[in-house]
Design a protein around this ligand. Structure first.
Ligand code: SF4
Length: 708
């Protein structure tokens, strides 16, 4: 590659999906200069601290650059032969269900597509799950239940056009910083815009809040059920919209009018809020048609996360506030390509192109792929999948681009499971992670700045990620590695891709395959992109799906006039019976542990920890606790404390702050054994999950707090 080339790509981190303009100033020494892409509709030139530091993370220090078998460097042929033989032999001897893939929201859509195709169409199992399960699967379940499809109805512009923004379960300022900046700028221009933050913690996001509701952990569904009941009581519903475009209102409102949420005092009691706070929130919602409710992991990471999502969506459907400028529920996705993974079927309970496992769809996708052995039913979701590794039902697992020994709940159990599994294949760009320690076969993958493909952000916008640098060492694209293994397994013709564009157009074609009202009518349809040439794919501008004959330029908003994806084409309001967190506090485990991100680190720090300026923000695991709790236990600021759950233990630095409510703790999710031998919060997290989505309850684990 020559120097001083300018390329447009997207950020490696969160689901905002910011555009980046990168100038390669010295390709040989991997020097690039980064700034926000002024023309990208997600960020219009802005970048947060993480995105702005991406150039500092391109070092080859710590990279996995060669294939390895049991710690010995080998040729690609040797590693691929063994990987293919391992998967084939395991499936042959123990059945397809004995094999699993565990993927990542860091993968590009093309990588995800090929992995899903290999497992679900050729190995014959649906045991393909992803770390996106830990992030947004409750939103997927909620969308499907309400809209008949996994669709985000609106777009980021709505945040600037709204008169009321409700941020619930989202520390937007730290976790989706550019959206926070967009909201903040809009509020400065229009000070009458109101922001309500619903979060047990007083986070940085509260800096722009007109009202902060520090509700009891897990009580969101009471709050939104109460809102629905309040709106009905005051005649503030859109009965015309309800009549024309929805079903289920009767039972939903009956559930919302249950005694616990029938009036404001009851809601306040159940949510641990002041009646005046609840009344102000409800009053603002009632009087403000242009309302956006943006929600994130504080809603999703719950044993009743799907119900919380539907309780929120119910309020928007009942007021007709959806699909119009400045209105709607908006799920903020955590990862850069969690949406792209959803689109190709990267979740174990989806097939491909948002298709469920109906017999028609299994036949349809199998015919499209020329599949040799189609999975016919959903596979195991993340927690169940690693349980199956632990008890030996899964005998071979391929983990791609993720670090479950840190990020999964009950993470010590995951480590034990992998240590007992004889066939652990890992493709990653980092040599030493907590998870690569358990690999028999290590396959070096390209990282950000080297790989080439597409990602989809939280507003359904597909953007290109482009290669800025030549592949280092012997590293290869993930799609190439998966295809090479598939070819060695005897599935060559179906995996004969030249480049990421070949995969993308196949994915686009599948999205539109037999997608008619008579056949399936699926929301995810980018069939207008299946004719892209190499050059057109390379030049693809950011575009929001659906991109088909009806909307060839994409669509910013959906459902303006109904047109949902249920058989009746109506949205469904679900009756929600709020449930408390499954993990109960008791005298031994009397604190509720909450986990989440900090501003300047990403996931398990394999990339962000390479940037000195990012490490300067917060440099070690800490535990937020209220001054009353600290005083009662005799802790001083910066003391080391031990946090213990029924599943594991960790050590952290006490951070005493009244931003944390009494009886509650917050610990960041990032630190790994690489950086802090005893700082993995995942080891503590309760592995209970939502019954619909399978998403773990990472926001509420009963723990004990002790002096170290
Ligand atoms: Fe990257 Fe998210 Fe920051 Fe944008 S907001 S620069 S996508 S980390």
């Amino acid at each position: 590659m020559t120097s001083n080339r300018t390329l447009h790509t997207t950020c490696a981190y969160c689901g905002v999906g910011c555009g980046i303009q990168a100038v390669v100033t010295d390709a040989a020494t991997r020097q690039i200069h980064i700034q926000g892409d002024r023309n990208h509709p997600a960020n219009f030139g802005r970048l947060c601290s993480k995105g702005a530091a991406l150039a500092e993370t391109l070092t080859l220090h710590g990279r996995l650059l060669n294939p390895e078998i049991n710690g010995e460097t080998v040729s690609w042929d040797a590693a691929l032969d063994l990987a293919a033989e391992t998967l084939s032999a395991t499936a042959r001897e123990h059945g397809p269900e004995s094999v699993a893939f565990y993927l990542s929201g860091q993968l590009l859509t093309e990588d995800y597509y090929v992995a899903n195709k290999l497992m679900k169409g050729f190995i014959g199992s649906a045991n393909v799950d992803t770390n996106s399960r830990l992030c947004m699967s409750s939103s997927v379940a909620g969308h499907k239940r309400a809209f008949g499809a996994d669709v985000v109805p609106g777009c980021y512009e709505d945040l600037e056009q709204a008169d009321l923004i409700i941020l619930t379960g989202s520390n937007t300022a730290w976790c989706h910083p550019i959206l926070y900046q967009r909201i903040k700028a809009a509020k400065q221009q229009r000070p009458q815009m109101k922001v309500v933050v619903i979060d047990p913690r007083r986070t940085a996001t509260c800096d722009i809040a007109d009202l902060h509701l520090p509700l009891q952990p897990g009580s969101d569904a009471w709050l939104f059920n109460g809102l629905l009941a309040y709106l009905a009581r005051l005649g503030a519903l859109d009965y015309e919209y309800l009549e024309q475009h929805t079903e289920g209102f009767g039972v939903a409102i009956k559930a919302a009018r249950a005694a616990e949420t029938a009036d404001i005092p009851s809601v306040a009691r159940h949510c641990g809020l002041k009646e005046g706070e609840v009344a102000a929130f409800y009053d603002w919602f009632r009087k403000t048609p242009k309302t956006v409710t943006a929600y994130s992991q504080g809603v999703n990471q719950s044993s009743s996360g799907s119900d919380k999502v539907n309780a929120i969506i119910n309020c928007h459907l009942a007021t007709g506030r959806i699909g119009q400028p400045g209105m709607g529920p908006l799920s903020l996705t955590g990862q850069p390509n969690a949406m792209g993974g959803r689109e190709v079927g990267g979740l174990a309970n989806q097939l491909a192109a948002h298709m469920d496992f109906t017999s028609d769809n299994v036949e349809r996708v199998g015919r499209f792929w020329n599949a040799t052995r189609m999975a016919s039913q959903p596979g195991l979701k993340a927690v169940d999948l690693f349980d199956a590794v632990a008890d030996g039902r899964i005998k071979a697992i391929w983990i791609m681009g993720t670090n479950p020994v840190v990020s999964m709940p009950d993470a010590d159990k995951v480590a034990q499971a992998l240590s007992r599994c004889e066939n652990v294949i890992i493709s990653d760009c980092i040599r030493r992670t907590d998870t690569t320690e358990y690999a028999n076969i290590l396959l070096p993958a390209l990282g950000w700045g080297e790989k080439d493909g597409t990602v989809t952000n939280s507003e359904r916008r597909i953007s290109r990620q482009r290669a800025l640098l030549t592949p280092p060492g012997h590293a290869k694209p993930d799609w190439w590695i998966i295809s090479a293994v598939a070819q060695r397994m005897g599935f060559g013709a179906a995996f004969n891709y030249r480049n990421s564009r070949d995969i993308f157009i196949e994915h686009a074609a599948l999205s539109g395959f037999e997608n008619t009202p008579e056949q399936t009518l699926r929301a995810f349809d980018i069939s207008a992109l299946e004719i892209l040439t190499d050059a057109e794919y390379d030049a693809l501008e950011p575009i929001q799906w659906p991109v088909n004959a009806a909307t060839p330029q994409g669509a910013a908003r959906l459902f303006q006039d109904g047109g949902y994806y249920s058989p009746s084409r109506k949205a469904l309001l679900s009756p929600i019976t709020p449930q408390p967190p499954r993990g109960k506090l008791d005298e031994n485990y009397s604190f509720a542990l909450n986990t989440g991100r900090i501003r300047d680190q990403w996931h398990t720090m394999t990339r962000t920890a390479l940037a000195p300026q990012l490490n300067a923000h917060i440099s070690e695991p800490y535990c937020d606790m209220h001054p009353q709790d600290a005083e009662r236990l005799g802790f001083e600021q910066n003391d080391l404390v031990r946090i213990r759950s029924r599943h594991g233990v960790m050590i952290a630095r006490a951070h005493i702050t009244d931003e944390q409510a009494p009886g509650q703790l917050f610990v960041p999710m990032h630190w790994t054994a690489q950086y802090s031998a005893v700082g993995r919060v995942g080891a503590l997290v309760n592995p209970v999950t939502d019954p619909y989505s399978g998403q773990p309850e990472s926001k509420h684990t009963p723990v004990a707090l002790e002096r170290f």
